[in-house]
Ligand binder design. Structure first.
Ligand SMILES: Nc1ncnc2c1ncn2[C@@H]1O[C@H](COP(=O)(O)OP(=O)(O)OP(=O)(O)O)[C@@H](O)[C@H]1O
Ligand SMILES: [Mg+2]
Length: 236
């Protein structure tokens, strides 16, 4: 079976797309899947930095798109998690890159992997559409803050036009004390508001150092299990 391609998206910036994408990738890989984290936040290369492999990259996704290397050559294997590969984003976004061109690169990798997780840029412009056009499933990340929810609602509407097979919600940076005091909505209430099934809930961590969170987070393991079971998101 070709890899399941899942885009991790949000609308609002800084809510935890890259954190969710990378941690989910590590968990799936540790559980035996072959995983690519494809960074489609062109120009900002975050995923390779988050996973600590930025110095190992020889090529990037743009090199593969523009034929300077084969797609597989652009992959960077994670040193501590050998089933996990990162496809770093291009270092620049000076020229137009079509969704079809990127899709071809990902499709050519699909037969050798179980999951391709696509980290998308903030916003709802070209980069969002390019990332969404490459996937069949989507995870929408939001925090409980009002400004993030407003953007998540807009993106949830836009995701409908992509006819994903599944769309699930991840609520990140949740603080139980705040929603118990009624200062923020609970994850369940946020899922109701956005009319999306809750795929994962991640607590606010004192210090998110990805390499640490990765290896001990129950929240991300639960999200990985939900993805494997196919319950991370409702069938569209
Ligand atoms: N659960 C969490 N608890 C505490 N800090 C977090 C949590 N999740 C993410 N962060 C921190 O928030 C910041 C933004 O996270 P991240 O880069 O994953 O967001 P993003 O949505 O990918 O941002 P961008 O839109 O810029 O790509 C990072 O410094 C990250 O460490
Ligand atoms: Mg990011």
């Amino acid at each position: 079976m070709p890899a399941r391609k899942i885009v991790v998206t949000s609308g609002k910036g800084g809510v935890g797309k890259t954190t969710v994408c990378c941690n989910l990738g590590v968990q799936l890989a540790q559980r035996g899947s072959r995983v690519v984290v494809a960074d489609m936040d062109f120009g900002l290369n975050n995923a390779d930095v988050a996973l600590g492999v930025e110095n190992r990259a020889l090529y990037d996704i743009l090199d593969a798109v523009e034929g300077r290397c084969r797609p597989k050559q652009a992959l960077v294997q994670h040193p501590r998690c050998p089933q996990l590969y990162v496809l770093p984003s291009g270092r620049t976004l000076e020229r137009y890159i079509s969704p079809q061109a990127v899709r071809l690169v990902l499709d050519s990798l699909a037969s050798q992997f179980d999951y391709i997780l696509i980290d998308s840029p903030a916003g709802i412009e070209e980069g969002f559409h390019r990332a969404a056009a490459c996937a069949e499933e989507a995870l929408l990340v939001t925090t409980p803050h009002i400004s993030a929810l407003r953007d998540a609602d807009r993106v949830a509407g836009m995701l409908k036009s992509y006819k994903f097979t599944r769309v699930g919600l991840v609520v990140n940076r949740v603080r139980k004390d705040l929603f118990r005091r009624g200062e923020t909505l609970s994850p369940a209430a946020i899922a109701d508001l956005l009319r999306l099934p809750l795929a994962g809930v991640v607590a606010e961590e004192d210090k998110v150092q990805l390499e640490n969170v990765v290896y001990r987070s129950r929240a991300f393991r639960a999200l990985a299990e939900a993805c494997e079971r196919g319950t991370a998101g409702r069938l569209a």
